[in-house]
Design a protein around this ligand. Structure first.
Ligand SMILES: [Zn+2]
Length: 102
């Protein structure tokens, strides 16, 4: 599953495609390099979580999904964490993760 990701500029809200070809926002020139690094680290953890989930390594999957969430609160990370909790039969934790999905 390959997803096209973008990084919204915090100054002008322009969606800049990831990975960034240029560390500056295409519209306003704001340096997005550090924000991009955090975003990429979160995406990497999400991919690790999905890989671990596919292998049935639920505890590792949940650890990576929680790391991804801690780097960037996003719906996909919360859904992966919730799905992992369901796979473990922990429906109360799954409900907590899925409650944050907007
Ligand atoms: Zn901008």
């Amino acid at each position: 599953m390959e997803m096209t990701e973008s990084l919204p500029c915090p100054a002008c809200r322009k969606a800049n495609a990831l990975p960034l070809a240029d560390p500056s926002c295409k519209r306003c020139g704001l340096d997005l390099s550090e924000l991009s690094a955090v975003r990429q680290a979160s995406l990497d953890r999400r991919h690790l979580a999905l890989d671990a989930l596919r292998r049935g390594e639920h505890e590792l999957a949940l650890e990576h999904a929680a790391d991804a969430w801690n780097l960037q609160n996003d719906n996909v990370s919360a859904r992966i964490a919730g799905l992992t909790c369901m796979a473990q039969g922990d429906f109360e934790s799954a409900r907590s993760w899925l409650a944050v999905v907007s």
